[in-house]
Design a protein around this ligand. Structure first.
Ligand code: HEM
Length: 571
């Protein structure tokens, strides 16, 4: 009997001491297919045949071929073999000769010819799986130990077809004498976050592993956010790196590759500096949840956004050096530039943005005049100004110019928006476009009473021609794509009467408007109602929506409704 899902077919034939596993793995969103087949000796570590792994056959050119291959594999395996489904959840009882000592597993780490992992208390020799693993070489982190914590981080594995693959590499179970309460002792379980750095306690933490923390409101008051309170959005762990460890690899559509060390990048390309705001697509998600309905994801307030001065080199220059015709590229073959981080995160941007002379896409190595902090990508990150921060990949180690977007889950099945009526389970992720440029946004970050009798504030009041008690309202406004903020409308009575806030001068740098605009408004206290409101306008006359319901999306992305703050409630 064959195991069949919408995405994969797997078969196992047991013939004497030989086991053959055949499979076809296909993910609709990924536009590629993997054909996999291998034979090994039952209960032994040695593989008899190298697995055939046909990765990334692209549609539509090879669509016909791919489907024929899939169907042929299915038919062949079904007819040739009496197949049996391998279920991770229903393990056969181990016989004592299959017991493996924990120390033996530890010896089969990344440097061993045979690479073993533990899942629960079961041991697998995954040597043959590694070269074709869709998640790449990060898998090596787990070999010689347990994969359970990684399995939780990469929940994409928690499905039957992946369990089926894993089970086809089963070689035995851990010897009970090495277990504590039937489990691998805690001290032997790898902690993926062990290399994470110390962080400022001023940050407002949403989660620690992986670290997600927002900039506190008082630090949002400065044009340039200090490094230690710049918001952190990590999807995984923070890789531990020395600058000399970096070997950036660039791959072009014709398959040519070129490598660069940090010394190469710093000495061979002209550095430049910009100021640019990074904003998480989930910034202000909390407001959509509160004013509309529940949303999936971290419930960020106004602080999943910060602004810094970035120094690095132009991606365009490096791509040109690697051999890409950056002014006249093959538009059929080069449509996207994919970035891969050292910890396995991946994303891509359209090539037009990547090579645009005025796009300022940077490989950044400094932030506010200092080397990048570990949480922000040391030693090298991508900085894509004006674009959702999820594309500014940290700890970048590979860049691929391709006709396809990144196949990572963060490009394909996240960072997209759907209609207000569309729910989480039934959406077709491949039908929605990936978020790139950010829409217009603004938020109030501070509301402060200003007493007219205070010497400290008298001068400030005079600037506004006031001699009475007032309220100082401050905040940020930002738009993507380098669009300038041209107006910020504020109201002290819930949006009945409007005024224009003062846009504060700054020394933003870059070919376009990549930085947020700080603004302030001082309003006599007697005019204050119960709710303050802000909305911004950019130079394309884009405005923020009044409410959240019309642009509600279940992921709570790109929340940019008017920001309302109760006078007594605070930010
Ligand atoms: C040991 C057995 C493992 C097996 C059989 C396995 C199998 C797979 C499969 C089938 C996929 C593609 C899933 C899909 O596209 O639907 C995948 C993706 C991935 N795996 Fe694994 N994996 C294993 C271990 C690991 C470990 C230990 C890590 C991390 C340390 C890891 C990291 C990843 C990543 C990062 C992706 C890609 C996620 C993305 O780009 O969206 N895998 N793996």
């Amino acid at each position: 009997m064959a195991s069949q899902t919408a995405e994969s077919f797997f078969f196992r034939k047991v013939s004497g001491s030989k086991v053959t596993v055949s499979g076809v793995l296909w993910r609709p969103g990924f536009r590629h297919i993997r054909v996999h087949r291998q034979t090994f000796l039952a209960n032994q570590k040695r593989c008899l045949a190298t697995p055939r792994s046909v990765n990334r056959i692209s549609f539509p050119v090879l669509e016909y071929f791919t489907w024929c291959l899939a169907i042929a594999s299915f038919a062949t395996a079904a007819s040739l073999y009496r197949t049996s489904v391998v279920h991770a959840e229903a393990p056969p009882s181990p016989s004592p000769e299959q017991y493996i000592r924990l120390d033996e597993v530890k010896k089969h780490g990344p440097d061993n010819e045979r690479k073993w992992v533990i899942k629960g208390t079961r041991v697998y020799d995954i040597t043959e799986w590694i070269p074709g693993h869709p998640g790449g070489e990060v898998i090596l982190r787990a070999v010689g130990g347990t994969i359970d914590r990684y399995w939780d981080i990469f929940a994409i594995h928690k499905k039957q077809d992946v369990y089926d693959i894993l089970e086809s590499y089963f070689i035995g179970v851990l010897d009970p004498q090495d277990l504590v309460d039937g489990q691998v002792p805690q001290k032997d379980v790898d902690d993926p976050f062990v290399t994470d750095p110390q962080r400022s306690t001023k940050l407002l933490f949403h989660s620690e592993r992986p670290c997600n923390a927002e900039t506190p409101p008082d630090s949002l008051g400065q044009f340039v956010t200090p490094n230690d309170v710049f918001y952190i959005r990590n999807h995984l762990w923070v890789p531990s790196f020395e600058e000399d460890d970096l070997a950036l690899q660039i791959e072009l559509p014709d398959g040519t590759e070129k490598g660069y060390s940090m010394a190469d990048l710093k000495s061979r390309f002209k550095p430049f500096t910009i100021t640019a705001t990074l904003q998480c697509s989930g910034n202000r998600r909390k407001h959509m949840t509160e004013e509309s309905r529940s949303t999936n994801g971290l419930q960020w307030n106004v602080g999943a956004i910060s602004n810094a001065e970035w120094t690095g080199i132009r991606l365009r220059d490096v791509l040109a050096d690697a051999g890409l015709a950056v002014d006249n590229w093959d538009e059929e073959k080069a449509k996207h530039v994919q970035f891969m981080g050292n910890e396995a995160y991946g994303a891509s941007i359209p090539i037009d943005k990547a090579v645009d002379r005025r796009g300022d896409v940077m490989l950044a190595f400094a932030m506010n005049g200092k080397p990048l902090p570990p949480d922000h990508g040391f030693p090298l990150r991508v900085m894509v100004p004006g674009t959702v921060a999820a594309r500014s990949v940290k700890w970048v180690q590979k860049i691929v110019v391709s006709d396809e977007e990144s196949s990572s889950q963060w490009q394909q099945r996240d960072y997209k928006c759907f209609g207000p009526n569309q729910g989480g389970k039934d959406v077709d992720w491949s039908a929605a476009v990936s978020i790139q440029e950010m829409p217009v946004q603004s938020a109030i970050t501070s509301l402060r009473d200003i007493q007219s009798h205070s010497l400290e504030y008298r001068r400030m009041l005079q600037v506004y021609g006031l001699e009475e008690d007032a309220i100082r309202v401050e905040g940020y406004a930002f738009s993507g794509g380098g669009r300038a903020i041209v107006r910020v409308d504020v109201s002290a009575d819930g949006g009945v009467n409007w005024h224009q806030a003062t846009l504060l001068p700054d020394d933003g740098r870059g070919s376009k408007h990549w930085s947020w605009k700080r603004w302030e408004w001082i309003v006599p206290k007697r005019l204050a109602g119960r709710t303050f409101v802000v909305k911004a306008v950019d130079d394309s006359y884009n405005v923020q929506p009044e409410s959240y319901e019309p642009h509600y999306n279940f992921r709570g992305n790109l929340t940019n409704g008017w920001h309302r703050v109760g006078y007594s409630r605070g930010i």
